[in-house]
Design a binder for this molecule. Structure first.
Ligand code: OAD
Length: 335
């Protein structure tokens, strides 16, 4: 079987996972785990920050200059306090898309489900707000939404909840579509969405903005999971640029291996060492779906993974189809 796999993890780690020697695997995910579902990440070419066009956003010239200079400003509380439209206009397609269940979890997401099913997952820390991890049906206490979720909404100023359905409808009818000016469902100009309690326009999805506190569950679970309790860290599809989520790579015990799945070598400034002498850090370089499927082949988990095929994003399903076509060709008798 492993003849079809390009997995370069050392044998003792693969055998350790297979034999259940790592019983407390902790996973940190970022936007790269969802790109296979069709959701762009933040910092790659074509990502949210790369494609930001401040000139289309409802804002003052000074605010536009700030966003041009530093696109992350759209998710800063300081800007949101002054003007709520940059955040809501940039996030509009994402708010509408998640409400319409436009995206399906990827093969990489289902790898986490397999870890859980096999009793190996200690915790998933996800920086993603897309909610695709909810499609895995993991127990609530297993998942920490480090940067909140786009699935519910409340007032950023007074914390009053805002009904999710009503919020989506308000976004549809009150916030202009800066990505598609021919969208006839969207208004030409954005209008405020007022909090039902404090009557300020602070209503937004329950995501964490820069300059605001992370959920308490991040810190309480970190205290439980690190340094000793986690015995293996798998980091998937994150640039590891944002603190404190990126601190997991430093919090874990020095004995625990760290596997990074990414198209680029990330986190070297945090002490990850992919050099040939490193016995602890491993970069599995490539698209996470393919890389993790190769790992499944090595682990003998292909059938387990295929069982989720119907629930996966089309691009992930294609990997399973390609594999099954290759194995069938190989098994057919020579003519
Ligand atoms: P980034 O956009 O910073 O990083 C995504 C990473 O995933 C990059 O390192 C890519 O190389 C990698 N990547 C993309 N597609 C991939 C694929 N198919 N397979 C493997 N790797 C892939 O996204 P995050 O690290 O998640 O915070 O960003 C962290 C935080 O920064 C976000 O939660 C958000 C943002 O500002 C807030 O909004 C508070």
């Amino acid at each position: 079987m492993s003849g079809f796999s390009n997995c370069i993890l050392p044998r003792h780690i693969i055998d350790g996972i297979k034999a259940g020697s790592f019983k407390n695997i902790t996973v940190l995910t970022g936007a790269g785990i969802s790109t296979g579902a069709g959701i762009p990440d933040f910092r790659s070419p074509g990502g949210m920050y790369d494609t930001l066009r401040p000139e289309l956003i409802t804002a003052t010239e000074t605010q536009r200059r700030q966003m041009k200079h530093d696109p992350t400003q759209v998710v800063f509380f300081d800007l949101f306090r002054e003007n709520q439209f940059p955040y809501l206009e940039v996030r509009r397609p994402f708010i509408m898309g998640t409400a319409e269940k436009k995206w399906k979890a990827t093969l990489s997401h289902f790898f986490l489900r397999l870890l859980h099913d096999k009793g190996l997952l200690r915790r998933l820390y996800t920086q993603n707000i897309d909610g695709l991890d909810f499609q895995l049906d993991l127990p609530e206490q297993k998942v920490v939404h480090v940067h909140g979720t786009i699935g519910t909404a409340s007032c950023e100023f007074c914390s009053a909840p805002y009904p999710a359905e009503e919020f989506r409808e308000a976004v549809r009818t009150s916030i202009k579509n800066i990505y598609d000016q021919n969208d006839c469902e969207a208004p030409r100009e954005s209008k405020n969405i007022l909090c039902k309690r404090c009557r300020t326009p602070g209503v937004k999805p329950d995501t964490v903005m820069y300059g605001r506190n992370l959920p308490a569950s991040f810190f309480t679970n970190c205290d439980k999971d690190f340094p000793q309790c986690s015995d293996l860290l798998i980091v998937i599809g994150t640039s590891l640029t944002v603190s404190p989520a990126n601190s997991l790579v430093e919090r874990i015990s020095k004995e625990a291996p760290r596997i990074v799945v990414n198209t680029l070598p990330v986190g070297e400034e945090l002490g990850l060492d992919y050099g040939s002498n490193s016995s602890r850090d491993f970069l599995l370089s490539g698209e996470s779906d393919q890389v993790l499927f190769d790992l499944c082949i090595e682990l003998g988990w292909v059938d387990d993974m295929c069982a989720f095929s119907d629930q996966m994003a089309p691009q992930s399903q294609q990997i399973l189809h390609n594999y099954s076509a290759r194995t069938q060709t190989n098994q057919s008798p020579p003519s």
